[in-house]
Design a protein around this ligand. Sequence first.
Ligand code: NI
Length: 171
Amino acid sequence: MIYPIVKYGDPVLEKPAAPVEVFDDELRKLLEDMFESMYAAHGVGLAAPQIGISKRIAVIDVTFKEDPSAKLVLVNPQIILTEGKQKGSEGCLSIPDFREPVTRPQRVTVRAQDGTGKWFEKTGEDMLARAFMHETDHLNGRLYIHHISALKRDLMKRKIRKLVKAGEWGD
Ligand code: NI
């Protein structure tokens, strides 16, 4: 099932998501649906709040279907180590058609559970490190626009308000 993506302005995007405690078939179905929804929206990462589900779940595929082994499920993820810095352009499916440069760590280690509840650790660099930070932020109610200057953020918000008025934002 493909879920519509929740757009910026919906409060679900700015509140901390609840931990997952039950690892059942329902969760695994949700994970499948999240990958399907992410690919349909042409994204490389998707957090559950972006489909209106306030739970600590994210899916990532920085290769966008190129490498099936790159598909990553993060349930209850925690960032346990960050190193270095990278500056690069970042976007978000919930803030379509906008991109801004965001500084992130170059190398990030995440600790998370998979769809069965098993804990694992994974270290990523470059785009994967960025995705770990971006998606974990989502689960804490934070968006990449919280990492840009207040001036740029206000300008973006103003543009979005215009889009909302024009009926060109949201579903
Ligand atoms: Ni995002």
